[in-house]
Design a protein. Structure first.
Length: 653
């Protein structure tokens, strides 16, 4: 680590108003910045948004020597001359222009040591802010492996700032970095700013690298050999779809034993509640409302964990950057650029980060078009619905060659979501006159690495934790509300007898109670809208519940299936399979025919049923115009596609 050569007074926020010193990490995407952040903050990090915008903000606390330091992971940027909202926000933050945040006290520029020449261009812009600055070189092990070298002491003297090297994913050098942070007040500022002229700046970078004894690493032969295959225009694309196909096969096969265990556990709890709680209303509330509602969603946690685990592995290995590069070629055919793939890919986890990811797009026209398309990507909230309906539609054990029939169906549904998102974005650009040129797309191609359990664990746990939090708040509240609407008031024996219902027949009593409930009144009021799709009032109630969270529809259907264990997916499917229409011209006919099931799958595939996504779109666009258009066109699209899907299924079955 270099010694401080020059000390300038910091005109920023001192100790952040008397609180913990704020140290911001700044660097280009895929430079190791987030790995450094995770090492410094551990489990003391949280993710939110900057005030007034939907750019993600990761902040945490590093406890060093009894003191606390606020660490902030700024959005990745290649330059402080911004072309996108994310980059503009970083520049404004360093200048103290973000209301309610202020400028940080110190800056850690995180640079990939194998691509130091490019990173020094960003460093040159950062130090011109005259803030306490230090340089963190990542991937030093990769630099050495590829025959490169650097003298950090000499580099620090040449730059005029402290320099430290780390291998963040293995924890090497983190102790020295933590020690460096404790002396942030003494971080030096270069006495002379780097030049701003492009030609002079290139010469400055060359002189700094020469003074620091920097030897460029040779090309990574292993990475080049692999990339010749994985980035091939034809073979690489085939491999990409094969990887995604295997991904969905694994979700069904590997997670099945754990899913069975969760089903059995909640079934056991519900049985205990029904057996030991004497009050009928309270017993129904605990076993059906609480355990049946939330348990019916938590049963899908193993598959969600498996999905994020595989995605985290692919990202840590370095494959996801290659996937974005491959998809850039495809997306350019839709008038979009590779950055839009990042937004679409994010939406496969949740549409909210997908909408937020559109802020990396430098063109406002591309942002609107992509924002109106990404909710069509198959988010994890659809996964429980798809698993349930695919389980009804395709018998267990069905094979397509050597593959699971259900896994093939899931792959096709996810493929449908991705293609629909791209198509919708392209159509929006064309009909609004926004089909202009595509800007160049830049993305780091990191070398292939063996992922560490820690990095994969963090990437897997964070979205799973968000899903569990959602299940414990939104889903729980909504399922309890639906339970109340379908259960209260309990019907007395006299009323049941007058209606010809045997009070001792639990299933008949449940059916009568629901048929005359507030939920039934609501469902029947909107039934004419969905009747052409084959939906009855019970499905309509589930659709209304899905506006809070798509997963709620699963627990709602489970509660209304009159199954002994509503939280058990297999029994929910059996209960739904026995549903018949209760009135109208179809009375007595089966509800969940293949045609109706296909229609419901397609409706969930195309409808915008997440009000949280609508709210984020309103914040992002500054009004209700675009969110209203998105909700309206997706509802019409969902209805039409469900109608067509039902009609085609009726023709071929």
């Amino acid at each position: 680590m270099s010694s401080a050569l020059s000390h300038h007074a910091h005109a920023g926020s001192a100790d952040s108003g008397g609180g913990s010193p704020r140290i911001a990490l700044i660097g280009s995407p895929n430079g190791g910045k987030t790995s450094v952040f995770n090492r410094l903050t551990g489990l003391h990090a949280k993710t939110g948004n900057y005030p007034g915008v939907t750019v993600s903000r990761s902040a945490g606390v590093a406890r060093i020597g009894g003191a606390e330091y606020s660490i902030e992971d700024l959005p990745g940027t290649y330059s402080l001359s911004p072309i996108s909202p994310d980059e503009r926000l970083v520049a404004e933050l360093l200048d103290g222009g973000v209301k309610g945040i202020g400028a940080p006290d110190g800056l850690l520029v995180v640079a990939d040591s194998t691509a130091l020449r490019r990173s020094l261009l960003l460093f040159a812009e950062v130090v011109q802010r005259h803030m306490p600055t230090a340089l963190v070189l990542t991937m030093s092990d990769e630099l050495t492996r590829r025959g490169g070298s650097i003298d950090t002491e000499a580099l620090g003297r040449a730059l005029g700032v402290p320099v430290v090297t780390v291998v963040a994913n293995r924890g090497i050098g983190i102790g020295e970095l933590r020690e460096l942070i404790t002396g942030w007040r003494d971080w030096s500022v270069p006495p002379v700013d780097p030049p701003t002229d492009t030609a002079e700046l290139a010469g400055w970078v060359d002189s700094v690298l020469a003074a620091g004894g920097y030897e460029d690493p040779r090309a990574d032969a292993r990475t080049e050999r692999i990339d010749r295959v994985l980035l091939h225009p034809v073979l690489g694309t085939v491999i990409f779809f094969a990887v995604m196909f295997g991904f969905f096969q694994a979700i069904f096969t590997w997670a099945a034993p754990l899913q069975d265990g969760v089903e059995d556990f909640f079934g056991w709890l519900a049985g205990l509640a029904a057996e030991h709680i004497g009050n009928p209303l309270l017993s129904s509330f605990v076993s059906d409302g609480l355990l049946g509602g939330v348990g019916g969603v938590l049963v899908f946690v193993p598959q969600i964990v498996m999905m994020y685990f595989i995605l985290a592995l692919l990202d840590a290995v370095g494959y996801m950057s290659r996937a974005a590069f491959l998809m850039d070629r495809l997306m350019s055919r839709f008038g979009l650029e590779g950055r839009a793939f990042v937004a679409v890919l994010s939406s496969f986890a949740c549409a909210i980060p997908g909408v937020m990811a559109t802020r990396t797009l430098p063109n406002s026209r591309d942002r609107i078009a992509t924002m109106l398309g990404v909710p069509l990507a198959t988010c994890s909230a659809r996964l429980p619905v798809y698993i349930l309906l695919v389980g009804i539609l395709i018998p267990d054990g069905t094979r397509v060659g050597p593959f699971s029939g259900r896994g093939v169906a899931m792959f096709l549904l996810y493929l449908l979501g991705g293609v629909s998102a791209l198509t919708a974005s392209a159509v929006v650009k064309r009909i609004t006159g926004r089909h202009d040129g595509v800007l160049p797309f830049y993305m780091e191609m990191p070398p292939y690495r063996i992922p560490t359990p820690r990095s994969v664990g963090i990437a897997m746990w964070e979205p799973t934790k968000a899903f569990l939090r959602k299940a414990g708040t939104i889903i729980l509240a909504t399922t309890i509300a639906i339970w109340a609407l379908t259960t209260i008031p309990l019907r007395g024996d006299a009323e049941l007898a007058a209606a010809g219902v045997d009070p001792g027949d639990e299933v008949a009593v449940t059916a009568y109670t629901m048929e005359h409930s507030a939920a039934a009144a609501i469902g029947k009021a909107i039934e004419p809208v969905f009747e052409p799709l084959g939906f009855d009032w019970r499905i309509d109630v589930a659709l209304l519940g899905s506006l809070a969270a798509r997963e709620v529809s699963v627990s709602t259907l489970g509660q209304m299936a009159s199954a002994l264990d509503p939280e058990d997916d297999s029994e929910v499917a059996q209960g739904l399979d026995g549903w018949t229409y209760t009135d109208g011209p179809r009375a007595g006919e089966k509800v969940f025919t293949p045609a109706t099931t296909v229609a419901l799958l397609l409706f969930f595939a195309f409808a915008l049923q997440c009000m949280s996504t609508v709210a984020i779109m309103r914040r992002e666009t500054g009004g209700w115009r675009w969110p209203s258009i998105a909700f309206g066109y997706m509802f019409v699209l969902a209805w039409v596609m469900a109608f067509l899907g039902r009609a085609v299924t009726l023709l071929i079955t």
